[in-house]
Design a protein around this ligand. Structure first.
Ligand code: FPP
Length: 236
């Protein structure tokens, strides 16, 4: 789709949901849904960044997701490790900068190694940022931010929105547009600070089927939204 006459958000957030149900409805194991979701994410992430969006933040694994069965957690951690090593060159070739948000605790050495490699290799890329939230909780991000500010002995008079944004896991602009797939209407502890003024978009499609056409439809809807940030246009 031609994006020239559309409003393009600078920062898109995606709460990807429905991998398990996608697989279940097809009589497959949940893990097949995750594999398909990961495949889709690669195509979708690159498509979104090619359309002028500057940052895409995706909720790959919440801190709460550790409560899932040991088998599913192990499968996902291995899938992340495999995908990040496989895609090391492809993200770099596409000039995409990859960053991670979340706590490092509970992640294996092997996974942390490939995450660090991906971050280092793509650090100077300029074709957009893919922020992968892994072992992520927005409340933990706020707790960690407060601790860092405290450790740095920052005076209260210095604390404002800009400084807080600097002390988050990554210094990113606010999210303009949040998409959640699979018919769930929750924020689930995702980037609460950055979502303050976001337009919210919920759709029924399970994430593995949320393709580039579905994203185009979401952007058509975003283009129609009137973002006022608390102001009123009295001339209307
Ligand atoms: C969402 O569906 C699945 C997750 C949040 C965990 C795994 C995410 C991926 C495999 C995609 C990202 C991949 C990479 C490589 C970063 P769900 O399991 O919550 O589905 P359900 O609600 O239908 O059970």
């Amino acid at each position: 789709m031609d994006y020239n006459n559309l409003k393009v958000p600078a920062h898109v957030g995606i709460i990807l949901d429905g991998n398990g149900r996608w697989a279940k409805e097809k009589g497959m194991n949940r893990t097949e849904g995750h594999k398909e979701g990961a495949k889709n994410l690669k195509i979708l992430g690159k498509y979104i960044l090619s359309k002028g969006v500057k940052v895409v933040s995706i909720y790959a694994f919440s801190s709460e997701n550790f409560k899932r069965s040991k088998e599913e957690v192990t499968f996902l951690m291995n899938l992340f490790t495999a995908k990040f090593s496989e895609e090391l060159n492809s993200f770099h070739d596409d000039n995409i900068k990859v960053v991670f948000s979340g706590r490092r605790e509970k992640l294996s050495k092997k996974l942390l190694y490939v995450m660090d490699k991906l971050t280092e290799k793509t650090n100077h890329n300029t074709g957009g940022i893919l922020n992968i939230c892994l072992n992520y909780s927005a409340r933990n991000e706020i707790i960690d931010m407060v601790k860092k500010i405290n450790n740095d002995n920052i005076d209260n008079s210095m604390i404002d929105e800009k400084l807080i944004s600097k002390y988050m896991y990554n210094e990113l602009p606010d999210i303009d547009f949040l998409i959640r797939t699979s018919n769930e209407y929750r924020l689930s502890n995702f980037m609460l600070w950055q979502l303050s003024y976001a337009e919210l978009y919920f759709c029924k499609t399970y994430f593995p089927d949320f393709n580039t056409d579905e994203f185009d439809n979401a952007i058509l809807e975003y283009t129609k939204r009137d973002r006022r940030f608390g102001k009123i246009d009295y001339s209307k």
